[in-house]
Design a protein. Structure first.
Length: 186
């Protein structure tokens, strides 16, 4: 299993580092999950990042981040409940750094009901940018808080599973969990 110091792509690390710069020092921890190692990044007020370290874009730990378990007790519990099929919405406060367009897309993602999927084009329509399906896809790919901001619920216009930073097999597992087709054991 790769660890949290694995090399990251520029976009993911830039998002994580911009978050750290904008908010000062951040804490991090990692946790095992049924979809692999998750890196949690945040402070005492909010979660700033949740990254799948075994996906296509693991995040490298920045030198200014400090390891701490305490800020993440609540989100860890919520994630365990989610993977057990017992939680359908998250209450963890979020702080997401991104462009105004990206933040609109990420808000729209949070409005997709548990167990349902929508297309990139539908998200574009929901944010009043009906010709921006590709831009929605790019913003979806830059989502800094996997699982909780459910980018896995977005599919292609023809109903197929399309790109996912955690890999299509993880996207499929999350969708099956949400459709009541099982619990994910870590």
């Amino acid at each position: 299993m790769p660890n949290a110091t694995a090399t990251a792509t520029t976009n993911t690390n830039n998002t994580a580092n911009n978050t750290a710069t904008a908010t000062g020092s951040l804490a991090y921890t990692s946790m095992d999950s049924p979809i692999g190692e998750l890196l949690l990044l945040g402070d005492e007020r909010a979660l700033h990042g949740l990254y799948m370290q075994e996906g296509r874009r693991p995040v490298r730990i920045a030198p200014q981040w400090r390891r701490s378990e305490a800020p993440f007790a609540g989100v860890r519990a919520e994630l365990r409940e989610y993977f057990a099929g017992e939680r359908f919405a998250f209450e963890t406060p979020l702080a997401m750094a991104g462009s105004p367009f990206e933040r609109r897309v990420w808000r729209a993602l949070r409005d997709i009901p548990y167990g349902e999927t929508v297309s990139y084009g539908e998200i574009a329509r929901r944010i009043d940018q009906p010709t921006a399906a590709r831009a929605v896809g790019l913003a979806n790919g830059r989502n800094p808080i996997a699982v909780i901001v459910p980018c896995h619920r977005v599919i292609g216009a023809n109903g197929t599973l399309t790109g996912y930073g955690g890999g299509l097999e993880r996207k499929q597992l999350l969708l099956e969990l949400e459709r009541g087709q099982g619990r994910l054991q870590g």
